[in-house]
Design a protein. Structure first.
Length: 71
């Protein structure tokens, strides 16, 4: 698992590069005492603050239609 505080460079198919950071993906879970937030995966956060989910392979993500980036 990659360090969540570290910055990475993601490369597009056309050669473009962007700096991204991994952040936890959290969901609500019901407990007898109420709700708690649990980590269920990872998301990618761009320098602009936008977040995108990682693909199933854990090494790539889409920022839009036909805009695939890989670590």
């Amino acid at each position: 698992m990659k360090n969540l505080n570290e910055s990475f460079v993601a490369t597009a198919v056309n050669g473009g590069q962007i700096n991204v950071k991994l952040v936890p993906l959290q969901r609500q879970q019901s407990t007898p005492n109420g709700f708690i937030m649990v980590d269920v995966g990872q998301m990618v956060e761009l320098e602009t603050g936008e977040t995108f989910p990682l693909n199933v392979d854990g090494k790539s993500f889409y920022t839009g239609i036909n805009r695939l980036y890989r670590f």
